[in-house]
Ligand binder design. Structure first.
Ligand code: PLP
Length: 376
């Protein structure tokens, strides 16, 4: 039997006190996630370290990552954040002066600075300007030319929740022999994403948002086209085949995405993420997405009726995600946010607007609490 939204809610202690509508920022931890970390910490405190057991569990968590993303687990590497994943690509390709990277204006800095930092290697970083908050695949591809190596884009934009058409963008990239690199942190876990069936070459996400994991752990998917060309940029015993032969130095890299992991893993993070993935897989990604989009739609319908302005009003259903951003017509967002916090309704202020992001543990009562607490 799948885990229902109500059963999920009961696993999140925070839901008893708050209408926590802020998965796009930092998700709360479920009881089982915390328990998985506690068990690990307890064992390490009281028992000799049992490497074989923990390494086996790490690979089970990798299996869950593969299951959620619909990719082979061998194509997934653990990283410590979205930034670390994207930086693997920025640091690991053989750039030539005159190459360029095409990004999107308004992206979160994690998907800007790794590319900007390539400028001192002679790589130009170009920005496509979305029109009315929408990324038009043809417009984005129009920024590419014969020297474009890579397009770097968020699947879902963190500020207005716009979901990009990766199928169209990826197809255009393939035709031009350009890599498509995706910041997936605002999509995976909340939306039902079949990474393996899309024409993308790399995806990075931290666990701390829609994946419901702890901070300091993330996952990256490395597609076959990029795998061939991507060199690890940090090296230690985990990258190599002979990862337990400490005196027989041999830099033969592992044949899987594990070659992008370097030293001792963040086990508490991996195990916490594993418990979170277990919940998401038990719930079923399609059911989670339907619930998230339903709650987000209630807000899209109701906020304008109450005089609030949606930040991305023209976005079509296929472009929706779990993020809805809005403004009060007159009041500054900090003032609205303060009123909401007094009512224990938690969301984020971004720029001159507020951003709400319900997950599977939220329900319609949380949405009502938000709507009731909003000043007229
Ligand atoms: C689109 C996007 N990328 C990345 C991040 C965070 O990156 P990291 O996991 O490196 O902290 C955020 C967080 O707000 C985000 O919205």
């Amino acid at each position: 039997m799948p885990l229902t939204a109500q059963e999920m809610r009961e696993l999140f202690p925070i839901t008893q006190r708050y209408a926590y509508l802020n998965a796009a920022s930092i998700a709360p931890l479920a009881g089982p996630v915390r328990a998985a970390i506690d068990v690990y910490l307890g064992r390490q405190g009281e028992e000799p370290f049992d490497e074989a057991q923990w390494w086996k569990l790490r690979e089970q968590v990798r299996g869950l990552v593969g299951q959620l993303l619909r990719v082979r687990p061998e194509t997934c590497a653990f990283t410590y954040s979205t930034t670390a994943g994207l930086s693997l690509v920025a640091a690991g390709l053989d750039w030539h002066p005159g190459d360029n990277v095409v990004g999107v204006h308004g992206e979160y800095p994690a998907n800007i600075y790794p590319w900007m930092a390539l400028e001192d290697r002679g790589v130009e970083f170009r920005l496509y300007q979305p029109v009315d908050g929408r990324v038009d695949p043809a417009g984005l591809l129009g920024r590419c030319d014969g020297r474009t190596r890579l397009v770097a884009i968020s699947w879902v934009q963190f500020w207005n929740g716009f979901r990009s058409d990766l199928e169209a963008i990826g197809r255009g990239c393939r035709q031009r022999d350009i890599f498509l690199v995706v910041d997936g942190v605002q999509a995976i876990g909340g939306l039902d994403v079949e990474v393996g069936s899309l024409p993308l070459d790399f995806l990075a996400a931290g666990a701390q948002k829609w994946l419901l994991g702890p901070m300091g752990i993330g996952v990256s998917y490395v597609g076959p086209r990029l795998f061939e060309q991507l060199r690890p940029s940090t090296f230690g015993t985990e990258n190599v085949v002979k990862d337990h032969e400490y005196f027989d130095y041999d830099l033969t890299l592992k044949p899987t995405a594990r070659r992008f992991e370097d030293g001792s893993p963040n086990l508490p993070g991996i195990l916490g993420l594993g418990a979170a993935l277990n919940l998401l897989v038990r719930a079923g990604p399609a059911r989670v997405e339907a619930h998230v989009l339903h709650l987000a739609q209630l807000l899209r319908d109701e906020l304008p009726r109450r005089g609030y302005q949606l930040v991305a009003p023209g976005v079509k259903p296929a472009e929706h995600s779990g993020i809805v951003s809005f403004r009060h017509p007159r009041m500054v967002p900090d003032e609205v946010d303060a009123r909401l916090r007094d009512a224990r309704v938690i969301l984020s202020r971004r720029g001159d607007f507020l951003r709400v992001s319900p997950h599977y543990y939220n329900n319609e009562d949380d949405i009502d609490r938000l709507l009731e607490a909003l000043p007229a």
